[in-house]
Structures are given as structure tokens and as C-alpha cells.
Ligand binder design. Structure first.
Ligand SMILES: [Fe+2]
Length: 354
């Protein structure tokens, strides 16, 4: 029985977070991926775990931290990307809206770590520390220069770092990773504090962010990072077979466009010629939260007229998606349990209360 004299703030934190403990770590480790399929788990925001039929385990954009936790002085730091993007000054109320569903320090089977860009909700020193502590140096950290610079700064050994630009590929066991152009304009205006002005000094986007096509024996996954809408999605769709497309969706506040709208998600899917399109990122920030059923409504409205060949899939964090098994499901639901109800007699003496 707990004793309040032994309970501290620290004991509360250790006993409560991460909220899902090792439940999902155990699920992922136990999953045996059938031949010709690929398994994915949404870990929140744009973070995923991908597992293949040959037990290759890839994590991308895994981030287990928080957003704002205090009002501070109520202002953003000078030259913040949002100040540059829309001339605002007040600190953004981006509080984390969902639990942490994975324990990074129990991730024993990771084969490769990917990051799309260096924004703080896509790359995480805790994940880097856990992977370095749990795996040998054959497990690489793959990302654009902005990410490998960060990982190096945190102490990730040089032999683990693989810097990619659009067009580069990296192969790990049965997965081929292809880096392609990112269309994340918020990242484009994120430059170090020391850079006073971007005039005559355009950032090299190829060093800042990439999108990925993750090619597995069970299907190819396009990860759009925090890309905005681009005509180039059609080029990527022409050049690569894409089965599943992941795009960052959100309800953009007035004066700011940081995420794809519902219509942008559908246009991205059309451009990429994918089978399934899955919105991401709308779960995480209190100030960009969006209802992904908006995508479903628009898809239903347009699919016959525009002859859509893809379907949306509306997911929840911590959930599993198997391609192609779940490609026509449209919506995810958590395991409701109780499938063994009345497989044995209850010990109640009065059945009439049931
Ligand atoms: Fe983001």
C-alpha cells in the first residue's frame, strides 16, 4: 500500500511517465511480420516504427519530449522561425496534447534511426542516447546535415552518422531508404540566431531537410516530414512507386501556414499516386490540433468525381497499421479487449445482476 510519506514529485514522475510504460515496446517486439507485408506503429507527431518481414526495425522522427511547459516571459526568442514567417512575437501555446507511448530506453531492436529535419519535435537527444546505449555502431543515424550536426553535438559517434541529401540512398538489411526533396518552408526560414538577415544568404534546403521513401519488401512508405504542399509531389510519384503516404496535417491559425490542409493531403496523395494516405502531426500541438475526419469527408465528396485511386486512413497514436492488410480499413480503432468474455463461468452467485 502506498505511503504518502514516501511519495515525492520524482517518484510520481517515475511511476507515471511514459504513460504507456513498455506496453508498446512489448507489442512491437512480439509482432511477427507476415511475408509480403510491412508493419507500422504511429508513435505521435511524425514519429513511426517500421518493421519488415525480415525483422528490420526502423524508427523515424521519434521524439519523446514536450512542448511549452511554462509561459516564460510570454515572448519568442528573436529571429525565431515563426517571427520570420509571419511577424508575430507572442510565445506560441504549443503544448503537447497526447501521451508518450513508447519507452526509448527499452528499444532494443532498432536497426536504423532516421530524421527528416532538425526542428525539435522531429529529433530527440533522449532517443539518440537510448539507441547509442542499447545498440552497437552498426546502427546508423541517417539525416540531412542539419540533423547529423545536431546528433554529433549531442555526442553520437561519428561512425554512426550518415548525412544524406536528396537523391542519396542508404540500405539497411531489407530496407532501402531514398532521400528526396523536402518542401518545408518553415524549416527554410529556420536559421541560426547569428544569421541576422536572409538577404543574399539563402539557406541550402538540401542540407536542412529531406523527405524519405522507405522501400520495404511489404510496400513503400513516403514520409513527407513537415512539407507544405508542392507540385513536386507528382514528380516523386512519377519516379517512385509509393504505397503509403504520410503527410503533416493541421489546423493553421490565422496568418500562419505551417501544415497541409485537408485538401492539401488529398492533393498530395493524388500527386504521389499512393494507395493509402495517412495524416500525421495534427495530434500533437494544442494550437494546431485538427479533426482528420475532415479529410475523410472531403475524400467521400470528391472520390467518385475525381476518380481517386487512394484511400485515407485515420489513425490514432500507439496504433498498428499493416500494409496491405489494413489498406482498405479507412479508420483505426484501439483493441477493445474482452474477446474472452464468458469463456469461463463467473464466480457470482446471482447472475441476474449481469
Ligand atoms: Fe513539426
Amino acid at each position: 500500500m502506498p505511503n504518502i510519506n514516501e511519495i515525492t514529485r520524482e517518484s510520481w514522475i517515475l511511476n507515471t511517465f511514459p504513460e504507456w510504460g513498455t506496453w508498446l515496446n512489448e507489442d512491437i517486439e512480439r509482432e511477427e511480420v507476415k511475408k509480403g507485408t510491412v508493419a507500422m506503429w504511429w508513435l505521435c507527431n511524425t514519429g513511426y516504427w517500421i518493421k519488415t518481414e525480415n525483422n528490420t526495425n526502423l524508427i523515424i522522427d521519434l521524439w519523446v519530449k514536450t512542448g511549452k511547459r511554462t509561459h516564460g516571459n510570454g515572448l519568442m526568442k528573436d529571429r525565431h522561425q515563426h517571427i520570420r514567417a509571419c511577424g508575430c512575437r507572442k510565445v506560441q501555446p504549443n503544448l503537447r496534447a497526447v501521451p508518450v507511448v513508447i519507452d526509448p530506453f527499452e528499444m532494443k531492436t532498432v536497426d536504423v534511426v532516421l530524421a527528416t529535419h532538425d526542428h525539435s519535435d522531429h529529433i530527440d537527444e533522449n532517443v539518440a542516447a537510448a539507441v547509442c546505449q542499447l545498440t552497437d555502431s552498426s546502427v546508423k543515424f541517417v539525416g540531412p546535415k542539419s540533423c547529423t550536426d545536431l546528433w554529433r553535438g549531442w555526442g553520437v559517434p561519428e561512425e554512426r552518422l550518415v548525412t544524406v541529401r536528396p537523391g542519396d540512398t542508404y540500405t539497411v538489411k531489407d530496407i532501402e531508404i531514398v532521400a528526396v526533396e523536402s518542401f518545408d518552408r518553415t524549416e527554410l526560414v529556420t536559421v541560426p540566431y547569428e544569421v541576422e538577415s536572409l538577404e543574399g544568404n539563402p539557406p541550402d534546403m538540401f542540407e536542412k531537410a529531406v523527405n524519405y521513401i522507405i522501400k520495404t519488401p511489404g510496400g513503400n512508405i513516403y514520409h513527407a516530414g513537415d512539407s507544405h504542399y508542392s507540385n513536386m509531389f507528382a514528380k516523386h510519384g512519377n519516379e517512385h512507386k509509393i504505397d503509403i503516404a504520410l503527410g503533416s496535417y493541421g489546423e493553421n491559425p490565422r496568418g500562419m501556414t505551417d501544415k497541409l490542409t485537408a485538401n492539401g493531403i488529398l492533393r498530395m496523395a493524388e500527386g504521389l499516386n499512393c494507395q493509402v494516405v495517412i495524416p500525421m502531426h495534427h495530434d500533437i500541438w494544442t494550437n494546431f490540433k485538427a479533426d482528420p475526419m475532415e479529410i475523410m469527408s472531403l475524400w467521400k465528396m470528391k472520390k467518385d468525381k475525381l476518380k481517386y485511386k487512394f484511400k485515407p486512413y485515420i489513425w490514432d497514436i500507439g496504433g498498428k497499421f499493416i500494409y496491405p492488410d489494413n489498406k482498405d480499413d479507412l479508420e483505426f480503432n484501439y483493441d477493445r479487449g474482452f474477446e474472452d468474455a464468458f469463456t469461463e463461468d463467473t464466480d457470482l452467485p446471482y447472475y441476474w445482476i449481469l
